[in-house]
Structures are given as C-alpha cells and as structure tokens.
Design a protein around this ligand. Structure first.
Ligand code: SAH
Ligand code: SF4
Length: 372
C-alpha cells in the first residue's frame, strides 16, 4: 500500500496523477489546499519524482542582471513603479552590462537574464538590441540570453530576438482579469499582456510566464486557474514567487499581518502543483523565496523547481532595485557566493550545470510535435 492511501481526497488526486490523467481545477485546488508536514511532504515528494523523470537533477543557472530601475509603469505592488519618488533611478551603461555578461560567462554561467523596468521608446529598444548583440559577440555566441523587459511591440520583440535573445520572461502576474484590474492602474490591461505572450511565442522565443503568489484578494481557485492558464498557453518556463510587500506602494496599506511562513509555503505548493501539471518545463526557484528564507531557493528545488537565478548585478545598484522589501543585496557572481550555492545544491544531491544553456525540454517536444 502506498503511503498516501491514508489521506482521502489526496489519495484520489494522487491516483489521478499516477494514472497519467490530466488534472482538473478541483484536483489542483486540493493540492494547493494541503497543509501539515506530512501532507506537504507527500506533495513535494511527488513533484520531485516528476521533476526527476522529466528534467533531471541538474540545476541550471541564469545570472540575473538588473540593469535599470527606470520604469514607465505604475503597477500598484512594485517598489520601482514610476510614481515612487523615493526610488533613486539608475541605468547601467552599455559597457557595464556587457562587462557583467562577460563576467557571468567567465564564471561558467550558461545563461543570463537582462531585466529592467519597462520602457517603450526607440532609444531603449536600440540600446537593448546593442547590448544583446555585443554580449553575444564577446562570448562567441555561447552565452544564452533571456530578456525580462515587459510589454513591447512585435517589432521590438523581433528586433531583440534577431539580436540574439532566445528566451523571454513576462509574468501574467495573475490570470484573473478582475484581480489584475485591482493591481494595476487603468491603461495596464490584462489582454495586452496576454497578447504579448502570444507574440513572443509566434516569434519563436522560449516563453516564460508566472504569477505572484499570496496577493491580497487572491484565492486558491485563482491560483488553480493560474496553473490552467500556464497549461493552456503551453509555456516553456515558469517564474513564480510569493508577493512581498513594499511599503511605498498603493497596495501596501491593504496588507494586514503579512505571514512570511505561510507565503513561503504557498509559493512552494504552487511550484509543486505546477511541476505535477506541466511536467517538462523549466521552473525557477525565485529570489522572492530566497527573500523569505535563506533556504528558500533550496526548498524550491525540493518542491520541483530546476532553475536558480543568482543576482549578478553589482551590489551598488541593489538598494535601488527593490521591487519589494528585504530583497537580498549580494553580488552572487563573486566566487564565495558561487561556492556557497554549489554546496547548498550538492547538499540535496543535485549538481549545478555550469556552462550549459539548460533550455526547457518542453520547448523542443512541443515543436517536434508541431513538425509532425
Ligand atoms: N518590468 C518588467 C520586469 C521587472 S519586474 C515586468 O514587469 O515584467 C519583474 C517581476 O517582479 C514582475 O513581473 C512581478 O511579478 C515581480 N514583482 C514586482 N513587485 C513585486 C512584489 N512586491 N512582490 C513580489 N514580486 C514582485
Ligand atoms: Fe515596472 Fe515591472 Fe515594476 Fe510594473 S512590475 S512597475 S512594469 S518594473
């Protein structure tokens, strides 16, 4: 008899998982509602088993370069929103960005992520295209480049793709249009964001999305819908993390009694449920998990994630790139942090895949199916 047989509803859901059935919304809600050490362990163990089967035991690194906090938008939850006058704005120079890319490459990162506030103007478009081209040139085309620069036009996405970026991260933030409306001012439309994801797919990027977890007003049903949204969109990568308060934002006042432990737990449950449903995608164990616990990223790996995004931006910029409170301020390209990370990952029996792009198997499986 398997050990989960004792737990009723859970046993039914696990039977469905083991039989290979597609999980439906009530199944996912059951997984996300689990609590207590034993039940959670069963969930994480099942997600881990599926992770090993589909993506293996290697952890892929993406060196995160947060190159500017200048943003034209005003998302109600984000510390670098345009109207937060307390944030000192910065923009790294082209040389600094290319230098950071080269440093990542020399430190055996297979991939980097270029992230910043959202800007939609030709100067910014050209600047990013040039940065991508130069990094590609300087690293002999060997460093993979992911972009995370918000909503852009099809031409802009195409230009950056042609310059050499091959992955794009654009979180839908929440798949509930109602909740989306409450979290964004007029003019930041849900449909536009969704359509950007479709454009990215059409152009040929490996596409990642994700949501914030534990937002005010968000329900377990919303989170289950988020996972169904990821499945329907057929995404290749996921980057999800717990919502963390930033005091100088409009929604901070709605938060009463923020419970870091619960937020961390919910974040881990979402990773596990997403791994069980989506199977062969890449899932990041994000900085927000690391912010809530020094072991957060390791716990994310144990719950089914297979990607870590160490922050390799120079520390002088960290204080100004505070999307939320308490973001760790380390330049993790330094060998001391790389060594610490390596030890942490080896302590759970996994290894870092240095010098590898670590593309999601899902992208190739999906495309080979399309070619048939
Ligand atoms: N401007 C780009 C990329 C930078 S923001 C964009 O918005 O896509 C990257 C991510 O940070 C956002 O997608 C959002 O999910 C996350 N974020 C912003 N504020 C946050 C907060 N208070 N807590 C947790 N995550 C947050
Ligand atoms: Fe700008 Fe992104 Fe923050 Fe929204 S989440 S305010 S787009 S940086």
């Amino acid at each position: 008899m398997t050990k989960y047989k004792k737990t009723g509803v859970l046993a039914d859901v696990f039977d469905r998982i083991n039989s290979g059935a597609e999980l439906e919304k009530p199944d996912i809600e059951s997984l996300l509602s689990l609590s207590g050490k034993n039940e959670l362990n069963l969930l994480f163990e099942k997600a881990y088993e599926i992770k090993l089967k589909y993506v293996g035991k290697k952890v892929y690194l993406r060196g995160l370069i947060e190159f500017s906090n200048i943003c034209d938008k005003n998302c109600f939850y984000c510390g670098i929103r345009k109207d937060n006058k307390k944030t000192k704005r910065f923009q790294m120079t082209l040389q600094e960005i290319v230098g950071a890319g080269i440093r990542a490459f020399e430190n055996h990162y297979g991939s980097i992520v270029l992230q910043s506030g959202e800007r939609n103007n030709p100067r910014f478009t050209e600047f990013v295209a040039l940065a991508v081209k130069k990094i590609k040139e300087e690293t002999g085309g060997k460093l993979g480049i992911t972009l995370c620069l918000g909503e852009q036009s099809e031409e802009t996405y195409q230009k950056w793709f042609d310059a050499g970026a091959h992955r794009y991260l654009l979180r839908i933030e929440t798949s509930s249009e109602n909740l989306y409306k409450k979290l964004h001012p007029a003019g930041h439309g849900f449909r536009k964001r969704h359509e950007c994801l479709l454009l990215l797919k059409k152009i040929g990027y490996q596409v990642g999305t994700g949501v914030m977890i534990g937002l005010p007003g968000q329900t377990i049903a919303n989170l289950a819908d988020d996972i169904l949204y990821f499945r329907k969109l057929d995404v290749d990568m996921l980057g999800m993390g717990p919502y963390i308060v930033h005091d100088d934002t409009p929604i901070a006042s709605e938060i009463k009694g923020y419970d870091s432990k619960k937020q961390l737990e919910l974040g881990l449950k979402m990773i596990a449920a997403a791994r069980i449903v989506l199977k062969d995608v890449n899932i990041a164990s994000t900085t927000a998990l690391h912010t809530l616990s020094p072991d957060g990223r390791k716990l994310g790996l144990k719950a089914g994630a297979n990607v870590i995004m160490p922050n390799i931006t120079e520390t002088k910029h960290h204080a100004d790139y505070q999307l939320y409170k308490g973001k760790p301020c380390l330049d993790e390209s330094a060998s001391i942090y790389q060594e610490q990370l390596r030890k942490k990952i080896e302590s759970i029996g996994e290894t870092i895949a240095f010098d590898e792009w670590g593309d999601p198997p899902h992208f190739f499986r999906k495309n080979s199916k399309l070619a048939l």
